[in-house]
Write a protein that binds this ligand. Structure first.
Ligand code: AMP
Length: 437
């Protein structure tokens, strides 16, 4: 059943790609000015060393400027934020008021990343943008919202909380743009109740821009939902076939589940990886926390990123990793989507994700912008089916990564002690005790 659905999706995506694609896209030599971007924005782009529009920008900027709804499929790092931020800023400069645009995105880190691009691009017009995400003070945010920023960049849960609160701080009734970044996640059942609270606050007459790194059946269905062909959204799907296949080496290492941490430690200490910048992905916050504490116990510098940390801790952690002050980031899937971290050399899956899409997002953190990268998945006896599903989706087999087991077993006792210590440590942020696996 699952494979039939994914096959249908793939064929629909391929068809959409063929149809939407290429005639409507201007050639790679096109300039931002030729896309209709005003001089002041072209100057800003020049100062940021951004010289030529990317494919998603060439495809989507003209229809957005022309007032159309747009569905864009493009990988992270393809310039999709600027593809919507530039035309929004241009329209805003013609008729400045707040709230002019609402950008929804599933994770807090993405919200800050998008806000940063708006801030830089909109500096010369005195853009006021506001990030509305959980983990920060509600009162301060309400005050900021009541000042009617031009652009709100929000995660759905916190924005809904503001709408429901009695502060009356959220004014979306005149918004000209709604952007859904990572729309496949936003339109999943997880966010239904939040969107039900938010969307009625927006005017019916607005432009809706959906961007996603994974095109799904339900997103494509939106295109046909509109009866009037003139009002149907413009769709452009860039080549989303797993971007990374050409430059990504994918390995697995088969490990009995009870010694996973010892293998992990050995890998991080090995000559192959000890100098590399690594993201270790774990399935749960508790596991990410335990691994972080354990690795620190073992003298491996690392930092964590998961949703049980405070927002300030998350930002600090990401900042240190981005600046390469710390080269190992232990993350849950909050870190798997959209983060613009140029230098990750290895993605290490401590847990294998249940959904192959999550795997694709995780490995998308490396091998970016044509650079090579490696993904190494620690596979236990329980994960074999999951790996086969991933291989089928990627259309590529992982290679076995060979290690010297005798060497690894020498580290067993040291790692077991560190793991015991880590499992005993409570998360000081919320005083909760976790049972770590
Ligand atoms: P994305 O996450 O897809 O929005 O891409 C983010 C990165 O691409 C940011 O670092 C942008 O500054 C950069 N970027 C955006 N547009 C371009 C462009 N046309 N050429 C080069 N880099 C760009």
């Amino acid at each position: 059943m699952a494979s039939e659905t994914s096959f249908k999706t793939v064929s629909r995506v391929a068809a959409a790609q063929k149809k939407a694609a290429q005639p409507s896209v201007l050639p790679p030599t096109t300039t931002f000015a030729e896309l209709g971007i005003d001089e002041w924005l072209c100057e800003t782009l020049k100062s940021m060393q951004i010289k030529k529009p990317t494919e998603i920008q060439r495809a989507c900027i003209p229809p957005i400027l022309a007032g159309k709804d747009v569905i864009g499929g493009a990988k992270t790092g393809s310039g999709k934020t600027a593809a919507f931020a530039l035309p929004i800023l241009q329209k805003l400069s013609e008729e400045p008021y707040g709230v002019f645009a609402l950008v929804l995105t599933p994770t807090r880190e993405l919200a800050f990343q998008i806000a940063e691009q708006f801030r830089v691009l909109g500096k010369s017009i005195g853009l006021k943008e506001s990030v509305v995400v959980g983990g920060l003070d509600m009162m301060t945010q309400a005050l900021e919202l009541s000042r009617r920023p031009h652009v709100i960049i929000a995660t759905p849960g916190r924005l809904r909380d503001h709408i429901r609160s009695s502060s009356g701080a959220v004014h979306l009734s005149r918004a000209r743009f709604l952007v859904m970044d990572e729309a496949d996640r936003l339109l999943s059942p997880t966010f239904v109740s939040e969107l039900e609270a938010i969307l009625p606050q927006l005017p019916k007459k607005r432009q809706t821009l959906l961007f996603t790194a994974t095109m799904t059946e339900s997103i494509l269905a939106l295109k046909d939902a509109e009866d009037d062909p003139k009002k149907r959204p413009f769709v452009h799907v860039c080549d989303m076939s797993v971007s990374t296949v050409a430059t990504l080496d994918q390995f697995y290492i088969f490990v009995p589940s009870h010694v996973r941490t010892t293998y992990l430690t050995h890998l991080l200490r090995s000559d192959d990886f000890k100098e590399k910048s690594v993201i270790i992905f774990c399935g749960r916050c508790s596991t990410a926390e335990m691994i972080t504490i354990m690795l620190k116990e073992l003298g491996i510098r690392c930092t964590a990123l998961h949703s049980e940390m405070s927002q300030q801790q998350r930002l600090d952690s990401l900042g240190k990793f981005k600046a390469e002050v710390i080269k190992v980031l232990v993350s849950t899937d909050v870190g798997s989507r959209g983060l613009d971290i140029p230098s990750v050399e290895l993605v290490l899956n401590y847990d294998i994700p249940r959904d192959p899409t999550d795997y694709i997002h995780r490995v998308g953190r490396t091998a970016r912008a044509g650079r090579g990268g490696q993904a190494l998945s620690i596979v236990t006896e329980k994960d074999v089916q999951l790996v086969q599903n991933i291989e089928a989706r990627m259309n590529k087999k992982m290679e076995e990564y060979k290690v010297n087991e005798d060497e690894i077993l020498k580290e067993l006792s040291e790692v077991s002690t560190a793991k015991r210590v880590a499992s005993m440590v409570s998360l000081s942020t919320n005083g909760r005790w976790y049972l770590c696996n």
